[in-house]
Ligand binder design. Structure first.
Ligand code: HEC
Ligand code: HEC
Ligand code: HEC
Ligand code: HEC
Ligand code: HEC
Ligand code: HEC
Ligand code: HEC
Ligand code: HEC
Ligand code: HEC
Length: 425
């Protein structure tokens, strides 16, 4: 009976706490963030060394002066443990996982309150979360899915641009891996557990995890911060296109854009294991051609692929030849700035051709190829002229050296003749 009464008291406290906007709860709302105030919760917990695990004194909520009571309720001005942590004072204890989104939402879904901290702060996290697979499953009572603190922690929360944050770009793959790399857990849902491992070896993963390049795609760029759904073909193409703008623009202009399911970015590049693309993906003479997973040699798709491949290879081989010639003219120590310029132009053309293949228009690729062939040939021509001129000069130099040597010998002989004449006198 007593414990039931206790439970009822707790539930009432929780309900009142959850329903009351933060700024209406006996808190001094005129207090500006960061202003020092008595916090008996923190003081006592520190003294008694019962601080929550992983607590950081720099936590955003600590900095914004919402601190312990903001989430746990209670009376932060009372040094008496029982009174301070009493349901009568609004204390809720440790929130259950199911209650956490609502708890965070008390403030984070409250536009007026959040805007007192930052005028443009987003307040849609809980709404988005509720629509995600994580959110839906949590509402159904699933205890394994991510709720707010699974990704943010509860006592070391930082803005996403702080390297200490679990939501800092470089740390995100690990934050998701806690659960999505857990085979036993993911087997229960019939989901793979290799997304992290694949991602880590991808172009994006290597750039992020090894070179610390935060401009590449990481888990939340494709899945949303709070959306956590597998994106469909059209939306994923638009997501890729937010960074790879030209590829998407060409793609959208092409005859393929009608049906995103057929030629969406991930059909050819994958999603978690995107590798650096090569020309061989278009070579329908080899078994590495990506197009041959659906097309067969002889059909219009394969023919398109091979035509684009041939044009790229032509420019690429001329480019390689021009590079060799440039090296040869370079060792001659002569002026090669103009050749280098033409070579750079060729390289640009090659890069553009590899992007232009996303038009699926052989004429576009061919036209760009024609420019590339022109500049490559110009570079080769200039380099050959340089080399030839060097050889001509070398012959000239050889001849003049010979003349000097002959002259020197003649002078030497002349002197010796004069010396001998003097000796005879
Ligand atoms: C005078 C000391 C003191 C004060 C003041 C105090 N606490 Fe505690 N608190 C403790 C101790 C000791 C424990 C561990 C009690 C236990 O394990 O039974 C604890 C436990 C907790 C727990 C974990 C409860 C659980 O069920 O395991 C939370 C959450 C908590 N305190 C929050 C607060 C908040 C919020 C305040 C301020 C409103 C506060 N405390 C004020 C001493 C204090
Ligand atoms: C942003 C909300 C938030 C703030 C602010 C917060 N907590 Fe918590 N706290 C939680 C949540 C959620 C849990 C339960 C989940 C967990 O264990 O991480 C929790 C759990 C705890 C626990 C029990 C678990 C443990 O790790 O020991 C204690 C004790 C605790 N909090 C004390 C505090 C104290 C003291 C403060 C102020 C310094 C504080 N909390 C500030 C959200 C918060
Ligand atoms: C009592 C109100 C309150 C509660 C409850 C609360 N927060 Fe906050 N939160 C704030 C305030 C205020 C800020 C600081 C805003 C600022 O200065 O940018 C903040 C900042 C944050 C930030 C950093 C935002 C950014 O972009 O800088 C995150 C992440 C965050 N909270 C997550 C949570 C989570 C997760 C919970 C629930 C466990 C939670 N909050 C509960 C008030 C609250
Ligand atoms: C699956 C992981 C995950 C879950 C679950 C999650 N978040 Fe986030 N949250 C993120 C990531 C990732 C970011 C942003 C990182 C960035 O901006 O690059 C973020 C950003 C935020 C921010 C900063 C402002 C913003 O919108 O960018 C707040 C506040 C926040 N989350 C609150 C919450 C709350 C409240 C919940 C629970 C309803 C929650 N988050 C659940 C991963 C998560
Ligand atoms: C606390 C564990 C946990 C964390 C952390 C977590 N997830 Fe999840 N997530 C799950 C579970 C469990 C499911 C399976 C739910 C289901 O399908 O019923 C899931 C489902 C998903 C799905 C839907 C998969 C599908 O096809 O059904 C996506 C996408 C997803 N998570 C992405 C992420 C991303 C991205 C992160 C990191 C920002 C993340 N998750 C962090 C536990 C977690
Ligand atoms: C470049 C975009 C991109 C990145 C980065 C990315 N994903 Fe995905 N992810 C996708 C797409 C697209 C799908 C949908 C696959 C499908 O349904 O065909 C997917 C599917 C998933 C699924 C559902 C199960 C599965 O394997 O199909 C989970 C879980 C998931 N991703 C988690 C993650 C995690 C964790 C990370 C970071 C380590 C991550 N994703 C990074 C695009 C991405
Ligand atoms: C948040 C921005 C961003 C998103 C979203 C993104 N990428 Fe990337 N991607 C990059 C950056 C930056 C690089 C260059 C990485 C490097 O330096 O190696 C890159 C590299 C690549 C490369 C290798 C390019 C090369 O020349 O080696 C491919 C292919 C690629 N991304 C495809 C995709 C696809 C497909 C998607 C969608 C499923 C996608 N990307 C989503 C930013 C992004
Ligand atoms: C039908 C297959 C296919 C589709 C669909 C496709 N690509 Fe590609 N992509 C390729 C091939 C093949 C290459 C390699 C071309 C080469 O190197 O000769 C490539 C190269 C790339 C490159 C590196 C070259 C460059 O432009 O920097 C990026 C980045 C890229 N694709 C992004 C995307 C994005 C984003 C999408 C979706 C809008 C997409 N791709 C759709 C086949 C495809
Ligand atoms: C995931 C399967 C798939 C991949 C991979 C794929 N295609 Fe396709 N492609 C299709 C389908 C399906 C059609 C429509 C066929 C039809 O209408 O007869 C199509 C049609 C085409 C067409 C139009 C053909 C016509 O009859 O007008 C071209 C061109 C094309 N693809 C080029 C390519 C190229 C180039 C690649 C590789 C870079 C490629 N496709 C990769 C499935 C694919």
């Amino acid at each position: 009976m007593k414990s039931q009464l206790q439970l009822l008291k707790h539930l009432t406290a929780l309900t009142i706490f959850m329903l009351t906007p933060y700024y209406l709860m006996g808190q001094d709302s005129s207090q500006s963030p960061g202003e020092s105030q008595v916090n008996t919760c923190l003081e006592c917990h520190e003294v008694l060394e019962v601080m929550p695990e992983g607590y950081s004194a720099d936590d955003v909520h600590q900095a914004a002066a919402t601190s312990c009571v903001g989430c746990h309720g209670g009376d932060a001005t009372n040094y008496d443990m029982d009174e301070s942590m009493s349901p009568a004072a609004g204390y809720i204890g440790i929130p259950s996982r199911q209650d956490i989104p609502k708890l965070c939402g008390r403030c984070h879904s409250h536009i007026d309150y959040m805007r007192t901290f930052r005028p443009r702060i987003a307040t849609d996290q809980v709404d988005q979360y509720n629509q995600s697979i994580h959110g839906k499953k949590l509402a159904e009572g699933d205890q394994n899915v991510a709720e707010c603190v699974s990704c943010h922690t509860s006592h070391a929360i930082f803005p996403a641009d702080d390297p200490r944050s679990t939501t800092y770009a470089i740390n995100i793959p690990n934050t998701c891996r806690q659960c999505h790399g857990n085979a036993e857990l993911m087997d229960q849902y019939g989901l793979g557990h290799d997304q992290y491992d694949k991602y880590a070896t991808s172009v994006h993963g290597k750039a992020l995890l090894e070179r610390k390049d935060t401009g590449v795609a990481t888990c939340n760029d494709c899945h949303g911060n709070h959306g956590a759904t597998p994106p469909d073909a059209e939306s994923i193409s638009n997501i890729c296109g937010s960074c790879h703008l030209n590829n998407l623009t060409y793609f959208k202009q092409s005859q393929m854009a009608e049906d995103f399911d057929i030629h969406s970015c991930q059909e050819c590049h994958g999603n978690h294991d995107i590798q650096p693309p090569t020309d061989q993906m278009l070579n329908t003479d080899s078994d590495t051609a990506i197009c041959l997973t659906c097309h067969s040699v002889g059909d219009a798709g394969a023919a398109t692929a091979f035509a684009m491949y041939r044009d790229i290879e032509t420019v690429d081989s001329l480019y390689t030849l021009a590079q060799t010639k440039l090296k040869a003219s370079q060792t001659s120590g002569m002026n090669y700035a103009e050749i280098d310029y033409q070579l750079q132009q060729t390289k640009q053309n090659l890069i553009q051709m590899r992007t232009l293949i996303h038009t699926f228009d052989t004429e576009e690729v061919k036209a760009k190829g024609a420019d590339g062939i022109k500049t490559a040939k110009e570079a080769i021509h200039l380099a050959e002229m340089e080399i030839q001129e060097f050889q001509t000069r070398r012959v000239g130099y050889g001849l003049s050296t010979l003349a000097i040597v002959i002259l020197a010998i003649a002078v030497f002989l002349k002197i010796r003749q004069r010396d001998e004449m003097l000796k005879q006198q």
